[in-house]
Design a protein around this ligand. Structure first.
Ligand code: NAD
Length: 281
C-alpha cells in the first residue's frame, strides 16, 4: 500500500505557482488577484478563508476578503460581486459556501464573471467541463486529478466508482474522470446497493461527509481509494469517509485524512487564479 501524499504535492504546486507569479510580475507587471466573499460567521468557513488568504500571501498574490454579516441582502452580495467583476486587479472571485438560507446560492454563483470563476462553479464552466472544453474546474476534483497525474495512475478504461454526487465534488469529479476515458459509476444517498458498485471498482473516489462509510468489505484487493471527506468527530480529530485503518491494507494507493485531498484544494485554487491572471496578461 502506498500513501498518496497530498501535503507534499500541494507544497510542490505552491512553489511552482510562486515561481510563475514572480515571472509574471517581472515580465508583464501583473500581480494575480483573488477576492474572497465571506457571509456570516460560520467558524469553519472563517478558518478556510483564513487558510486561503495565507496561501495567497505566500505565493505573492494580491488578495482581498469581503466579510459580510449574515443579515446582508442578496442584492448587496451581488453588488459586491459586480464590483469585483469590474475590478482590473482581481482575476479570481470566490464566494465561500455555504451561504445563509435567505440567499439563492445558484443566483449568486451565476453573477460571477465566468472568466474570474476560479472555483469553477458557474454553469458556463460546468458546461464547458462536461463538453471537454478548457474551463475553470472545481478545485477539489481538480486536485484529485493532479494526484492521479503525479502518481502516474492511468485512468483510461478503469472502472471508477464516485461516491457522492454534489455539484462541487462528485459531479465535476465524474466529468473529469469520464473526460480521461474512465468508465464512471456515480453513486449517492439513493443508491440501492452501494457495496455492489464500490466492490467492483478499480478506483473509488468518496466525497460524502459520513465518517467511516467505506468499509473493508466494500473495496476489492489492490483498489485505489481517494477520500475527499472531511469530518470532525467527537474527540475533535479529523477523519475521512473511509475506514482508513481497515481499508488501507487492501489498497494499492490511498489518500490519508488529513494530509490527502484537503491541501490539494487550496493548491488548485492558487493554480486556477494564476491561470486567470495569465489570461489577463
Ligand atoms: P454534500 O452534502 O453537498 O453532498 C454529499 C453527497 O453525498 C450527496 O450527493 C449525497 O447524495 C451523498 N451521500 C450522502 N450520504 C450518503 C450515503 N450514505 N451513501 C452514499 N452517498 C451519500 O457534500 P459535499 O459538499 O459534496 O462534501 C462531501 C464531503 O467532502 C464532506 O465531508 C466535505 O467536508 C468534503 N469536502 C472536502 C473538500 C476538500 O478540500 N477535501 C472539499 C469539499 C468538500
Amino acid at each position: 500500500m502506498q500513501l498518496i501524499d497530498g501535503k507534499t504535492l500541494a507544497q510542490k504546486v505552491h512553489t511552482s505557482v510562486a515561481n510563475e507569479v514572480e515571472q509574471l510580475k517581472q515580465e508583464k507587471n501583473i500581480v494575480p488577484g483573488l477576492a474572497v466573499i465571506l457571509v456570516g460567521d460560520d467558524p469553519a468557513s472563517h478558518a478556510y478563508v483564513k487558510m486561503k488568504a495565507k496561501a495567497c500571501e505566500k505565493v505573492g498574490f494580491y488578495s482581498i476578503s469581503h466579510n459580510m454579516p449574515d443579515t446582508i441582502s442578496q442584492e448587496e452580495i451581488i453588488a459586491t460581486i459586480e464590483m469585483m467583476n469590474a475590478n482590473p486587479r482581481i482575476d479570481g472571485i470566490l464566494v465561500q459556501l455555504p451561504l445563509p438560507k435567505h440567499v439563492d446560492t445558484d443566483k449568486i454563483l451565476e453573477v460571477i464573471d465566468p472568466k474570474k470563476d476560479v472555483d469553477g462553479f458557474h454553469a458556463y464552466n460546468v458546461g464547458r467541463l462536461v463538453t471537454g472544453l478548457d474551463s475553470f474546474v472545481a478545485c477539489t476534483p481538480l486536485g484529485v486529478m493532479k494526484m492521479f497525474e503525479e502518481y502516474n495512475i492511468d485512468l483510461e478504461g478503469k472502472d471508477v466508482c464516485v461516491v457522492g454526487a454534489s455539484n462541487i465534488v462528485g459531479k465535476p469529479m465524474a466529468a473529469l474522470l469520464l473526460n480521461a476515458n474512465a468508465t464512471v459509476t456515480v453513486t449517492h444517498i439513493f443508491t440501492k446497493d452501494l457495496k455492489a458498485h464500490t466492490s467492483k471498482a478499480d478506483i473509488v473516489v468518496v466525497g460524502v461527509g459520513v465518517p467511516g462509510l467505506i468499509k473493508e468489505d466494500m473495496i476489492k484487493d489492490g483498489a485505489i481509494v481517494i477520500d475527499i471527506g472531511i469530518n470532525r468527530i467527537e474527540n475533535g480529530s479529523l477523519v475521512g469517509d473511509v475506514d482508513f485503518k481497515h481499508v488501507s491494507p487492501k489498497c494499492s494507493y490511498i489518500t490519508p485524512v488529513p494530509g490527502g485531498v484537503g491541501p490539494m484544494t487550496i493548491a488548485m485554487l492558487l493554480s486556477n487564479t494564476l491561470k486567470a491572471a495569465k489570461t489577463r496578461a
